[in-house]
Design a protein around this ligand. Structure first.
Ligand SMILES: Cc1cc2nc3c(=O)[nH]c(=O)nc-3n(C[C@H](O)[C@H](O)[C@H](O)COP(=O)(O)O)c2cc1C
Length: 362
């Protein structure tokens, strides 16, 4: 069914297709179930991380449901968690269109959306309106007009607005489409930023006893290996709860489609290897003590399993979901469960990081 749907949608301009799909899923959440394949989820895939129970490790990456408008429909597609956003304190229009491009022969997308979103206040209302329960991560950023010196105010403002609605919170400091944002990854910026957000989270959790969402940082794949190792170990010392590796890349190696010259972040197949390397570096830098969500170019169970062996506890998809639809989730569930069996692992936890130097040491 998705193949037919895709055939029609791929005739349309990418962002237009995106809006139609999201508004369909928002108005008719059951549609997610029609497009998905019914799967029994093997127990070997279930995990409790940050006190949250994930039936399987596959979730939706940030940027598809920027305003939390289609959570129910997306959960019905089979995701075990949905990350909404990136949301900024104030609404903003993002960059001029066109700003999203399909590179079909490369199984990739390029986007320079620029955090188009309706702002934190609208998002709180949208999340409150959902009918289904399910794990919701909220990815937060800063407004384009906010200078980096005041970026912390924007992250704190989003944190305060969305605190009670979020099962986990992601600090996005790695989108290539907000000028200067990625400079926040320098150690002199990221360490105090994370410390201040963690402190505010702890204060808020006293106000709302029993709720203390973990704080994650989403990293760019274009940092040097040394920078990734050093961010990993510094943030581990600061008490960060998790990482997402990685965001989109500004590199363009090996592409065929003529849209390769468009500026923005590249996602999908060409990002697959580098994002897995970033996971491995972070896992090694943190000695496997901090959960990592792997994101970048997952199209098959092999791709996902590679990320788990490199140190990812959870895996997110975006571009693979556009190209393959909800059936990809069923494929990942069955495929990874069978890799675990084949390799003699009873649970996914036993496989995480098994292809890293840390595993070799133990
Ligand atoms: C159109 C588009 C918009 C995105 N917007 C965001 C965003 O707002 N915030 C964010 O953290 N990541 C964003 N991403 C990055 C994805 O969350 C994901 O990390 C990245 O695309 C790599 O995964 P993939 O290869 O499975 O797509 C976006 C990606 C795409 C394709």
């Amino acid at each position: 069914l998705y193949n037919l749907f895709r055939k029609f949608m791929f005739q349309l301009e990418p962002e237009h297709a995106h809006h139609i799909t999201l508004s369909l899923l928002s108005r008719f959440p059951a549609m997610g179930r029609w497009l998905a394949s019914e799967e029994d989820i093997p127990l070997s895939l279930s995990q409790t991380i940050w006190g949250l129970s994930f039936p399987h490790p596959f979730g939706l990456a940030a940027g598809l449901d920027k305003n939390a408008e289609a959570i129910d429909g997306l959960l019905n597609c089979g995701f075990s968690y949905i990350e909404v956003g990136t949301v900024t304190p104030k609404p903003q229009p993002g960059n001029p269109k066109p700003r999203m491009f399909r590179l079909i022969e490369d199984e990739a997308l390029i986007n320079r959306m620029g955090f188009n979103n309706k702002g934190a206040v609208e998002m709180t209302a949208a999340i409150s309106n959902r009918k289904r329960s399910g794990i919701i991560g909220v990815n937060i950023g800063k407004n384009k007009a906010t200078p980096n010196e005041s970026a912390l105010d924007d992250y704190l403002s989003c944190l305060k607005s969305l605190f009670i609605h979020a099962d986990y919170i992601v600090l996005n400091v790695s989108s290539p489409n907000t000028p200067g944002l990625r400079d926040l990854q320098s150690e002199t910026s990221i360490v105090p930023l994370v410390q201040a957000v963690l402190a505010q989270r702890n204060i808020l959790s006293l106000e709302f006893p029993g709720h203390c969402p973990p704080i994650l940082v989403k990293i760019a794949p274009d940092l040097t290996d040394e920078a990734i190792l050093s961010i990993g170990s510094s943030l581990a010392k600061s008490g960060i709860d998790g990482f997402i590796a990685s965001n989109t890349t500004i590199t363009r190696a090996g592409l065929h489609n003529s849209s390769k010259r468009e500026s923005g972040g590249l996602s999908g197949r060409p990002l697959q290897k580098r994002s897995t390397t970033v996971i491995r570096l972070l896992f090694e830098a943190t000695e496997g003590r901090i959960p990592i969500i792997g994101s970048g170019g997952v199209f098959t169970a092999e791709d996902a399993y590679e990320k788990i062996l490199a140190g990812a506890s959870l895996v997110q998809i975006y571009t693979g979901f556009i190209y393959k639809g909800p059936r990809l989730i069923g494929e990942l569930v069955n495929g990874v469960a069978s890799f675990l069996r084949k390799d003699g692992f009873q649970t996914i936890g036993q496989a995480i990081g098994k292809a890293t130097k840390i595993a070799a040491k133990h």
